[in-house]
Design a protein. Sequence first.
Length: 96
Amino acid sequence: MKSREEYIQSLHNKIDEWNREIDRLSAQADKAEADTQLQMQKQINKLKEKRTEMELKVSEIRSASADAWEDLKSGIDSAWEQMNEAVGAAVSHFRK
């Protein structure tokens, strides 16, 4: 089992990975035709909102008591999986 700090570090690493994917999608959107660009920008904005939610959840774990962070972990793991799926779907959908 990971310690809280190891868990938080793994979450930060994943956020960094998502940031790189969002940046790639943004660069791709800049080169797309107007209709596709608009569609991509909407998806990118949704991903950025979800990323911000995940960053808030990381803050919750960091500030939680030693006992409470374990309880928060399962809910965050579920939200994390949803974000992974959303990023993966966006990348797959707009991959050329």
